[in-house]
Design a protein around this ligand. Structure first.
Ligand code: SF4
Ligand code: SF4
Length: 481
């Protein structure tokens, strides 16, 4: 590709081409700290709005209650999940698995069509890094060049004050984020109770919170873009997911090359230069330290900062915007913009259908889930002179918030069901277990192993039907033969 060739030549210095080194590792093999310039522009403003909404949702959601319970809860300790106010139990595992598979397909199709839109606009790592921690850094340490100067200067009062204030604020935010995560796991009421008890009464939880806080603090204070560059599996998948039609943040090398500095009042078209004035504004704003003019790179999180930076340069020198823009490789090489094409529309339709299927499954899943098992190591019992009985165990999971009285009926045969103990009532959001007898007239049984069906009712409403076996004496099989 001509673009690649040109930039390779341009980039060959003592570090070789951009393919020979990582932007965040210096010549000495140590971490090269990135000081990106604060972006400005239309896309940055839009991303800021999206980030503010997502941050508000993240911090407010644990406080939202629905019918007295959290609106969202991921209690892995008690295996209880509430998603958008709907209770889920391990019995709903198949729906969760389907939802996860759909989500993975969604991510794959979405990425094939729209590239790393997720990374730039909605990924928690980008949102916290660029719109929380980086903003605090700009506030305390100043612009990118002031930050670079501060890092290079010897430790004096100003540096100690700014660095310690920054890290104190970082740690405090990491502590708030860790507590918010815990609220998603155990619920805000439980968290409040833990806080009121104090750390000494709950030393394990307190240590867990400090560990969480330490991890968040380390990621956002030190590890930063390395999460996207070397840890995130989604980032690693880009090379197999993207193709020439995927929408990415791309540099229009056909229009931009050959790049060259702008000489005053020069007519670029007649001077043989492309539209790129080699000002490197797109490089200085990049949070992963790359040069988008080298083409699509794994490090690019599609944050659009370079689009805004280049657009403002183009505006200043009176050239059309969009030298760096959302486009596909094909769109750039063939010179026509193609954000929406037949392929993206087809993929979007598949995604819509998948989401619809999962939403339907979620909506129509049963309110009460039942599991019936014959009590292990038991055979049939004589029940008076004319009947046999088998003993079963039933487990009922109530996924609603109201108490559900349950009635069992033998559907497949004439016979009775006798529940042992109190009447079967499953409390809202609870699990109830009970034993019961199925009693059948001996004349009903044809073999020693009979398939029976038990209906489970709430009043007159059939909740579900359950198939199991009823054991009789082996002599029945001989009579059949
Ligand atoms: S900001 Fe635009 S003009 Fe400046 S170097 Fe980048 S691509 Fe070229
Ligand atoms: S190349 Fe542009 S879009 Fe990609 S990470 Fe850097 S600034 Fe963001």
């Amino acid at each position: 590709m001509s673009q690649t060739k040109t930039n390779q030549q341009a980039d060959k210095g003592k570090r070789g081409s951009f393919r020979d080194h990582i932007s965040t590792i210096g010549d000495d093999g140590k971490r090269a700290w990135i000081y990106p310039k604060k972006p400005k522009g239309k896309l940055y403003n839009r991303r800021r709005i999206v980030a503010s909404i997502l941050l508000a949702v993240f911090f407010i959601t644990p406080f939202i209650k629905y019918k007295g319970e959290p609106f969202m809860l991921f209690n892995i300790f008690e295996r209880k999940f509430i998603i958008f106010g709907q209770l889920f139990w391990p019995q709903d595992f198949h729906i969760i698995v389907l939802a996860v598979i759909t989500f993975i397909i969604f991510i794959i199709l979405f990425t094939v069509s729209f590239g790393r839109l997720w990374c730039g606009w909605a990924c928690p790592q980008t949102i916290f890094m660029e719109f929380v921690f980086r903003q605090i850094e700009y506030l305390i340490e100043g612009t990118a060049s002031q930050q670079r100067k501060l890092a290079a200067q010897p430790w004096n009062f100003e540096k100690v004050r700014k660095k310690s204030l920054k890290h104190f604020v970082f740690f405090s935010i990491a502590f708030i984020v860790a507590n918010t995560f815990l609220a998603y796991l155990i619920g805000v009421d439980e968290l409040k109770a833990l806080v009121l008890l104090g750390p000494l009464e709950n030393i394990k939880s307190f240590i867990a919170i400090l560990l969480f806080t330490g991890v968040f603090y380390f990621i956002f204070a030190f590890f930063r873009e390395q999460v996207c560059l070397i840890v995130c599996p989604y980032g690693r998948l880009q090379s197999v997911l993207l193709d020439s039609k995927s929408i990415i943040v791309a540099y229009d090398y056909k229009r931009g090359e050959p790049k060259g500095r702008q000489v005053a009042k020069e007519d670029r078209a007649n001077s043989g230069k492309g539209d790129c004035i080699d000002c490197k504004s797109c490089v200085t704003v990049c949070p992963t330290g790359i040069d988008i003019r080298n083409g699509t790179q794994l490090e690019c999180i599609n944050c659009t900062a370079c689009i805004d930076a280049c657009d403002s340069v183009m505006e200043r020198i009176g050239l059309p915007k969009g030298l760096i823009r959302y486009d596909s490789e094909k769109g750039i090489s063939e010179g026509k913009r193609s954000i929406f094409n037949a392929r993206t529309i087809a993929y979007s339709s598949v995604l819509t259908i998948l989401l619809f299927v999962v939403a339907t499954l979620f909506t129509f899943r049963s309110d009460v889930e039942a599991t019936i098992l014959r009590v292990p190591a038991t055979l049939f019992q004589e029940y008076g002179p004319t009947h046999y009985s088998n003993v079963y165990k039933i487990q009922l999971v109530n996924k609603t918030r109201t108490d559900v009285p349950v009635r069992l009926e033998l559907k497949s045969h004439n016979g009775n069901i006798q529940v042992m103990g109190d009447q079967l009532v499953v409390k809202g959001g609870d699990i109830r277990e009970a034993n019961f007898l199925v009693i059948m007239n001996k004349s009903e049984l044809k073999t020693s192993n009979n398939r029976i069906v038990i209906d489970i009712f709430n009043g007159e409403k059939l909740l579900s039907s359950y198939k199991t076996t009823f054991i009789g004496p082996n002599s029945l099989d001989k009579e059949q033969n």
